[in-house]
Design a protein around this ligand. Sequence first.
Ligand SMILES: [Zn+2]
Length: 200
Amino acid sequence: MSPKVRHIVKLLSRLPGVGEKTAQRYVLWLLTADEALSRDLGAELLRLRDELGPCGRCGNVAEIHEGHALCDVCADGKRDGRLLCVVARVHDLMAIERAGAMRGRYFVLGKLLSPLEGIGPDELPLDRLAVRIRDDGVTEVIVATPPSVDGEATALLLKRELAPLGVTVSRIASGVPHGGDLEFADPITMGRALSGRQRL
Ligand SMILES: [Zn+2]
């Protein structure tokens, strides 16, 4: 294999779910498929980090304009600002959006409380969450962390930390299997999990 091919295979195999064999297949395919595809892909990848970034309000993926990023959900004036759904990752936000069952807005934690991995409460953006709740006049926080040990621990932490703010804290119902991933829940299950949420 030429050093050039080896290099690009090595880069591609760093993507999640892509091993060396798959990376090699991608490279060989890109070399023989329509040339416009690899040129477009290359151009988009070059711009990716300049034009997209985390939304300054919720952490969702957003387009950057004049140094500021505001996602479509935060910019949508028809959303109910009193309802705030807290998720662990952008993947989860996207899964809930796909289900179309959320009329409020979101807050992405970025990580879960995890005593086993040494992630404590100080590493979660709880201060930013509190500011967001106050600024937006949020009345209900729906905790949609995954139904795992870390997800449950994070939900209980949020319940305790947010209690002084006087908001209702609820947890999505257990329509999503324990240990399961929100990302893979079908829209109906997700819709039921949200509508069946229970007060913590
Ligand atoms: Zn946003």
